[in-house]
Ligand binder design. Structure first.
Ligand SMILES: C[S@@+](CC[C@H](N)C(=O)[O-])C[C@H]1O[C@@H](n2cnc3c(N)ncnc32)[C@H](O)[C@@H]1O
Length: 161
């Protein structure tokens, strides 16, 4: 089934090429950017300023052709595409939880982004810890059985399960 979408804005960031762009927003501490929202959607920003963090869903417009098996950044072995966060996907949708610094009319000032400059924005949702976080979860191949530590967040927390 072919679906039609429209971008609701554009993301601006200091990153113009994949090399040097953080592989996840949690590694992008301090990176500043903006999101410019198109006029018909600006009214929808009402009440968003009360949230410290927002989810951005965007179209990875510069990703290559998808392959169903990939070697992700954090491993040297192949994994199924859907067990990774690789940007080249059948529908190249990216998902980043960024810090919302302030809103000026149609412009959101954000921090901690792993997104290329000029990326089309698909949607914005508020980050709500009660909905969006779980204290104990399995993290598949990102859990290194050998060391008993998790590399899922890069900070090598000890496994709890
Ligand atoms: C591993 S992906 C993760 C993206 C997102 N946080 C996610 O989990 O869906 C991050 C990489 O996507 C790439 N990227 C970001 N914006 C892109 C775009 N518009 N087109 C293609 N690649 C993009 C950058 O190279 C960045 O390092």
């Amino acid at each position: 089934m072919a679906l039609q979408m429209q971008s609701i804005g554009v993301i601006h960031s200091p990153y113009t090429q994949a090399t040097g762009t953080p592989i996840q927003f949690v590694y992008a501490e301090g990176t500043e950017g903006t999101v410019e929202i198109c006029a018909p959607f600006v009214e929808g920003l009402a009440d968003l300023e009360g949230f410290d963090r927002i989810w951005l869903l965007y179209w990875c417009h510069r990703s290559g052709s998808p392959r169903m098996r990939v070697i992700p950044y954090r491993d040297t072995r192949e994994h199924g595409l859907f067990a990774t966060r690789a940007p080249a996907r059948p529908n190249p949708i990216g998902l980043s939880c960024v810090e919302l610094v302030r809103i000026e009319r149609h412009v959101l000032h954000i921090r901690n982004l792993d997104i290329l400059d000029g990326t089309p924005l698909l949607d914005i949702k508020p980050y709500v810890p009660a909905f969006d976080s779980f204290r104990t979860v399995r993290t598949g191949w990102l859990t290194k059985e050998r060391t008993g530590r998790m590399i899922a967040d890069g900070r090598f927390h000890r496994r709890t399960e």
